[in-house]
Write a protein that binds this ligand. Sequence first.
Ligand code: ZN
Length: 176
Amino acid sequence: MAILKVCRLGHPVIRTPAEAIAREIIPTAAFQQLLDDMVDTMREYDGVGLAAPQVHLSKQIAVIEVEENRRYPGEGAIPLTILINPKILAMSKKLIEDWEGCLSVDELRGKVPRADSLEVEAYNRKGEKVRFQTRGFFARIIQHECDHLAGKVFLDRMPNLQSLTHLKEFLRYWQD
Ligand code: ZN
């Protein structure tokens, strides 16, 4: 187990489109270890998702996991999901605005409109092609993480910065 160093906005890797992973390397011990390290890092920093550029690796990998009731009461937990070379195939026209934060834009929260539902295709950690539809918070996190793989952060998706708030003020004035 290793906790990886998270880089923040301003490090060039955060703004660099990530490279696709060759399918053959997915089963290798080194790659599997990297996936485990990314999961450990996400959990260590209490994130709901982590993309490889956030740990200084310009690779198309994202890990996602949400414990029940953490942010969206009633929506339930999101089991550990590893997406390699994810592609969003379709998104709903319907947008939902909600708060986002980011381990690489730390101590800030802002309201971001995101597609309510989507269909995504990726390799899983076994190198199998998976394709599924989802909505709500899971769909939001997938969009956030896929943005990281394209060199984007949630600030780029805010229509304006009116809702941008520091975490302490978010918890004091804006948390439901
Ligand atoms: Zn992020």
